[in-house]
Ligand binder design. Structure first.
Ligand code: SPV
Ligand code: MG
Length: 311
């Protein structure tokens, strides 16, 4: 038998579940940082960069599939991606579940399906089905309050452990701060574990005002896409629990790919882009190729040792 190590199995005893770790992160005084992803590869890049949480982004998943972020993809397609992300990384995955993929029955099915596949948390927004990405001009109407409160209660009573985030779209839909606060209170009483206040303003004043005026006990999450100048320190000082950088990795990859492809076409050679490309070793590492070869060697040598003892 050789001295090769057995393949990666955590031997340190029972660990808190991904949902418990997400819950702990949301209650910490330090700001938790989530990065959007749409593939195990992008989720691993986020985890390796040090993000605490991976956001399974509806926008990114839709964009990667080449379709609009408007509930064109079915729940099962979004679930498959979120579950793949959860399998690929150790950090918790918070899944963007749009408005719950339908009515309260869809939410119940969704919550049990996501929980069964190892997703740490689900986020549902108080818009109608089909939803439209919050930054697109078009129907951003809110779901009736009673209907969405029922969805949050159904989600919180269906899950065992998973975190349920209620996302407020009142500011996006032009309904104003009073409506956002009114709904925040109802969603808290309905059983949400956290609130996400979304804004499309170019400055963070609106989300700051919400955080200040909200008197409840739930952690508050923000998505600083349009007010991108805001810093972690500011968000932490203002008392936010988590920032979701929802799409920056996708947008940087689109820009990088487009520039590389244009240069290859223009130059008739890849010599000029080669120094800027990730070496193949980086690709192999992200695929866990070294671990695969190690486990192959381990079991092949074990097999040889067992065969030697054959009578
Ligand atoms: C997503 O990443 O899909 C989100 C965030 O829901 S946003 O696109 O900002 O609405
Ligand atoms: Mg989304």
């Amino acid at each position: 038998m050789t001295g090769s190590r057995p393949p990666q199995k955590d031997q340190t005893g029972p660990q808190p579940s991904a949902a418990q770790r997400l819950r702990t992160a949301l209650s910490a005084s330090r700001l938790t940082r989530a990065m959007g992803a749409h593939s195990p590869l992008s989720a691993r890049l986020a985890a390796e960069a040090g993000f605490d949480v991976v956001w399974s982004s509806g926008l990114e998943i839709s964009a990667a599939a080449g379709v609009p972020d408007a509930n064109i993809l079915a729940m099962g397609e979004c679930l498959d991606v979120a579950a793949d992300l959860a399998s690929a990384v150790g950090v918790p995955v918070l899944a963007d579940c749009d408005s719950g993929f339908g009515n309260v029955n869809n939410v119940i099915h969704m919550v049990s399906s996501y929980e069964a596949r190892g997703v740490a948390g689900v986020c549902i927004e108080d818009k109608q089905f089909p939803k439209l990405n919050s930054f697109v001009e078009g129907n951003q109407d809110l779901a009736p309050l009673d209907e969405f409160a029922g969805k949050i209660r159904a989600a919180s009573e269906t899950r065992t452990d998973m975190v349920v985030v209620a996302r407020l779209e009142a500011l996006i839909s032009g309904q104003g701060m009073a409506e956002a606060l009114r709904r925040a209170d109802v969603y808290e009483r309905a059983g949400a574990d956290a609130l996400l206040i979304h804004s499309k303003r170019k400055d963070p004043e609106e989300v700051f005002a919400f955080r200040e005026a909200y008197r409840g006990d739930l952690p508050v999450i923000v998505v600083p896409t349009t007010y991108h100048q805001v810093t972690v320190e500011e968000l932490e000082q203002r008392g936010f629990a988590m920032a979701i950088y929802a799409n920056q990795a996708l947008r940087s990859s689109i820009r990088a790919m487009r520039e590389t492809l244009t240069r290859i076409m223009r130059d008739g050679t890849t010599v000029n882009v080669e120094p800027e490309l990730a070496p193949l070793k980086e690709v192999f590492d992200l695929q866990r190729m070294p671990q695969m070869l190690e486990q192959q060697e381990h079991y092949e040598s074990l097999g040889r040792a067992l065969a030697e003892t054959a009578q």
